[in-house]
Design a protein around this ligand. Sequence first.
Ligand code: HEM
Length: 505
Amino acid sequence: MNTLFSGLVVLAVLYVWSRHHKFRNAVLPPGPKPLPLVGNILDLTARELWLRVEKWARCFGDIVYIHVFGQGLVFLNTQQAAVDLLEKQGSIYSDKPSLVMAGELCGCENMVAFTRYGDFARRQRKLMHEALGASAVRTFLPLLEIETHALVRGIMADPKDYIGYIRKYAGGLTLLVIYGYRVTSNEDPYLMLAEECVDILSNRIASGGGIWPVDIFPFLKHLPLWAPGSGFKHKAIEWRAKMEEFVEKPFQNLKEQMKNGTNVPCFVSHLMESSLERGDKAVDQQREFDVKWTANSMYSASLDTTITVVQDFLLAMMAHPEVLRKAQEEIDRVVGPGRLPAFTDRPNLPYIDCVMSEVLRWGCPVPLDLWKMMFITACLSRKELWKMLRNEEVYPDAHEFKPERFLVEVDEATAKRRDPRNFVFGFGRRRCPGNHLIEQSFWIVMTTILATLDISKAKDENGNVLEPNVVYENSVFRSPSTFQCDLRPRTEQALKIMRQTADAH
Ligand code: HEM
């Protein structure tokens, strides 16, 4: 065993040396000073890495370079740097690295966010565009209103568990749209399976920046399971089994329903049926494979992000009652007390749009865009969306929550540069395909909550205000930890109208 261990150490040192040596004379962007061989490993952190990167950006500029055991990592800190590389040169910078741990060992290699840029990735993007493009999303608008009403009714009935209803809404909506599956309770088995898998993905596999020793030293994947240091392989076996269950279960369930003719029309059934209608005797295996993995990827990518933006919105409203009042006044003026807001009201609610933009900017749900790690001259690259959305030149008092900043009249080019949607969803050919869905679903959730609920900080039994004590522990998403929030119907009328929606659907 000692011989095996010593052999591995020697191999590792040689590997790092050769890698490092290869780039010794290359002109690399500046960054914090690395240690010999191990590089900047001690500079990485699993929690709020984006804050550290922001500090580096202040010291080293727009593009920061570090290395971990010779594996280079480039952080793109400005919109210009990201656009220049990822949009203008998208044909060469849309790839993802093959991460041995996440991809090969844990079985995530076919998930959209991990697929190498090529035919498979292009087929997946095409399917997602069919399902979630701007015009496809318009067909879901009535469904979004129905699901939002269910969310607010749940919160009104049981405000203490508001987060449970937000989870049910976020997961339930995608399960319904993608698999035609209706979630009935906050403890739904598919919902819980999805949450467990998303947690494994973002907090365990991606913990510490998502790079495992085996990603740097791929030969470690051949370590036998009994060998010291093979703990990562045991973890990978366990996580892979969960991931397979996550991909297969809802898909096979729907296929069974399609055979019996009991399925609800949805993204997967639509794509499988359209293939059958074209005359194929059976849905060909490649089509089935593509649809299955694309469906799962959309589901896993939407859960935490959707929950996070709604939580960010509530936090912002609790901290800024003046914004809450102004937004509610606008809705009262335009919609009135006799009905609920609808998508058709949107053009008449400009301040609500400002609040939404500011929540997306201020909350910055995916600050480091961790999954976007493409080889740029043999380095992995990460976009520092956090830094871009805190750019003082574009957003004066960038750390403050100020929706009014979007009311200031500017020319078209500045408006484009200021719109957080041009950052929060990433760039180029791997830009978030869920952005049209979120644009609509987050708007209706926010507007319906504002119209019907009052939002304030919770109080203890003695009436003392409980300040929300929020920490950000997720390694990928900037998701606030659970906090208490006082949510109650604004008026008797709001309660009555909301209850009536249950009978209407
Ligand atoms: C506010 C909510 C959301 C935010 C902030 C967000 C943000 C992002 C970001 C920054 C990326 C990486 C893009 C890049 O690499 O350049 C991404 C990728 C992705 N998102 Fe979203 N997202 C959100 C909601 C959703 C929803 C609702 C869905 C699906 C229904 C979704 C599906 C995906 C998928 C499948 C990818 C991988 C795309 C690829 O690698 O080609 N996202 N998202």
